[in-house]
Write a protein that binds this ligand. Structure first.
Ligand SMILES: CC(C)(COP(=O)(O)OP(=O)(O)OC[C@H]1O[C@@H](n2cnc3c(N)ncnc32)[C@H](O)[C@@H]1OP(=O)(O)O)[C@@H](O)C(=O)NCCC(=O)NCCS
Length: 262
């Protein structure tokens, strides 16, 4: 492991880092994520990059304080992991465990109640295996329940204070679905660098259905936690119905829309 270093990023050094496997600093999602991160450090967000001398950036972990989490959970006093990712061929060498360990160490140092994480077998999320092996336990579960995927999402926790209350999901679907009951609305936060391109492409694709979507940039942790999705930072709502709860391709969007407009 001597080839690897965990870099604690901040507003000054983040410009040099790859995001979630994307090293192209000119890419729209990458640029937006960098700006998003620069606003988040003051809120206590941690974004750590795993750097190899030989391969460059090979993984990352991002987590926030419970009351600043961009995931739909009530987790006051916990650290909430947004993302854990080891890229491509570097998986299976203990690097994910290394990143997770550094988050657990932070939680201990900061005297937090523990660490919580949303997991899923769905795309753009880490699965539960690594966390279960590290002693996390499931405390809540919710189904994806949009046409994009019905894969369940699980909330796992590793408590450092045994008597602390369990964190829980707070996915409140009805209020936001009512607000966007007419037409097509895409809600996306810059937290996920893989949301920007799909939003542009979905806007273009929706015109083939004669629709002009409303695009809402989700600008705060609170607004993100109010989205009707366990994923937290992305939703597509069509006539008051959730049709995608995480970023999807324009092709997938077109196929969902064809079914909805038949
Ligand atoms: C979940 C994830 C982070 C795990 O990372 P990882 O580096 O592969 O995890 P580890 O190597 O620490 O552990 C994985 C396995 O390797 C084993 N392992 C640990 N140390 C090892 C070592 N030195 N050599 C070989 N294997 C090792 C672990 O025991 C574990 O075994 P298992 O396969 O029986 O479960 C990784 O699979 C991943 O990035 N998935 C995609 C997640 C994603 O989509 N994220 C985007 C959301 S933001």
């Amino acid at each position: 492991m001597s080839d690897y270093q965990i870099i604690d990023t901040n507003a000054d050094n983040i410009g040099n880092c790859g995001h979630c496997g994307n090293r192209n600093a000119k890419n729209l999602g990458h640029r937006r994520k960098t700006n998003w991160l620069r606003k988040r450090y003051a809120e206590g967000l941690r974004y750590k990059v795993l750097r190899s001398e030989k391969f460059g950036d090979v993984g990352m972990i991002e987590y926030a304080l419970g009351n600043q989490a961009w995931r739909p959970v009530e987790a006051e006093g916990y650290l909430v992991i947004h993302c854990l990712w080891v890229y491509g061929k570097h998986k299976g060498e203990g690097l994910g465990s290394l990143l997770l360990e550094s988050c657990l160490e932070d939680a201990k140092k900061s005297k937090c109640r523990g660490v919580a994480v949303v997991t899923s077998s769905d795309s753009l999320m880490a699965g539960s295996d690594l966390f279960l092996k590290a002693g996390f336990i499931p405390v809540d579960r919710i189904i994806g329940s949009s046409e994009a995927s019905a894969a369940p999402y699980e909330l796992l926790v590793k408590k450092l204070k045994k008597t602390a209350p369990d964190p829980r999901f707070i996915v409140e679907r009805e209020r936001l679905l009512k607000r966007y009951r007419k037409g097509l609305t895409i809600l996306a936060a810059d937290q996920c660098p893989y949301a920007a391109k799909p939003v542009e492409r979905i806007v273009e694709a929706s015109r083939t259905f004669g629709l002009e979507p409303k695009v809402v940039r989700v600008e705060s942790a609170k607004a993100s936690r109010e989205l009707p999705t366990p994923y937290g930072v992305f939703s597509i709502i069509y006539d008051g119905k959730l049709i995608a709860h995480r970023p999807i391709s324009a092709t997938r969007f077109m196929s969902i829309m064809r079914k909805n407009t038949e």
